[in-house]
Design a protein around this ligand. Sequence first.
Ligand code: C5P
Length: 294
Amino acid sequence: MTTLEKRSPAKVNLLLNILGKRSDGFHALETVFHPVQICDHLQFTTAPSGIALTCNHPELPTDTTNLVHRAASQFFATARLTAGVRIHLEKKLPLAAGLGGGSANAATTLLALNELFDHPLGPSELGAMASTLGSDVNFFLQPHPALATGRGEMIMPLPEFAALRNTVFLLIHPGFGIATPWAYRELARFPTAQNGQPGRAAQLITALQTGPLTAAAPFFYNSLEAPALEKFPVLRLYQEFLCEHGAHVALMSGSGSTTFAIFPAADAAAAAAERFQSRFGDNHWQAIVPVAFA
Ligand code: C5P
């Protein structure tokens, strides 16, 4: 019996530009992913057979619908292994948050099982499995910021962005989630947002690589804010408040509902978080996470 422990990180989308609906029902997009080092924890223990998943979060099903379960079952089938595993998921990240929690759990499971069973699968097999599990899963197979295209599964790793050196993310989850399929479905009512022009990602990447964050700030963008901020206008108030209190950028991540703001230093982020609480109440999930450089 062998045990392996893994951290399963989060992401924010510094940019999410949707380029139109495809014939398979997914949307073509360009997105700039950035890892965020606030993590769920996963523990894997080899077993003679079967997949048994437990989780500390009461609302997350642990049956075969769970992405961790699906990842493990695909791994054993593709690797043609008859072994089994016991998995415990300790959830720290909120659900339906736009932070990629479930996708990261799936990617972490693929990587961990491959390690636990002596690497039966190569990167291309892991990549193929990841894309069947979800559009964001491929990003979490690697640790770098990245440009993603296709429906989000085609990953081009990028060097650390100079403009983000020494900066800090403040994440705020409003206490309600937004379901990704809802956000994409509602986007149909906003044709301009649904049919963006490609090239915004390149503009943001160049700005983050060559100048200060203040110069890059206007290039941060998320098409899915169109439906989300219409239904939940309080998210726009969060952004305005955070920018008035020292954030260089404040944007919704992915399909929401988390807002992320970027501050020049941890003390500025902490001060803004405190003021945010006195303005909007303390029933939010908040995290202050330094932008990590390898
Ligand atoms: O791929 P994932 O499981 O994360 O997608 C969840 C849902 O989000 C899809 O079923 C689809 O409705 C929508 N989606 C989309 N276009 C993408 C990614 C997701 O329409 N590129």
